[in-house]
Design a protein. Structure first.
Length: 128
């Protein structure tokens, strides 16, 4: 049986500001934005090429805005990721070279923390 992570909650204070940040600055695709009721709005966004999406909204999470830490995306080039993020106004830091990859770091407007990893050349993907 496969166990796939497909959706991760991102707690934010301002849904429109966060959606604009993730779509216009980071480059995520806006999949879904629906106000279900006066107290419930669900927004789903997906990084290019990812099978996992994030969601944010109103009435969708009990986490405090900015409390999501340690989220990670994998890219082919950390240098290209840093260039793309900074060109779009994201305050990204890096590139940091570590034995297990090259990393770029950034936070969304609420302080939710992301890392972007370029895998080392020696990385071998697990069998499917």
């Amino acid at each position: 049986m496969d166990w796939k992570i497909e959706l991760v909650s991102i707690p934010v204070t301002d849904v429109d500001r966060a959606k604009t940040f993730y779509v216009d600055q980071v480059g995520f695709h806006a999949d879904f934005d629906e106000r279900v009721s006066d107290t419930l709005r669900f927004v789903q966004l997906t990084p290019p090429g990812s099978a996992c999406s994030i969601y944010l909204g109103e009435g969708v999470s009990e986490m405090q805005p900015g409390s999501q830490k340690g989220l990670q995306m994998v890219v082919a080039s950390a240098d290209d990721a840093l260039a793309a993020l900074t060109a779009n106004g994201v305050q990204a830091r890096g590139v940091v070279d570590l034995e297990w990859g090259r990393f770029v770091y950034f936070e969304d407007p609420d302080g939710n923390a992301w890392s972007v990893q370029e895998l080392p050349a020696s990385y071998t993907a697990p069998p499917e």
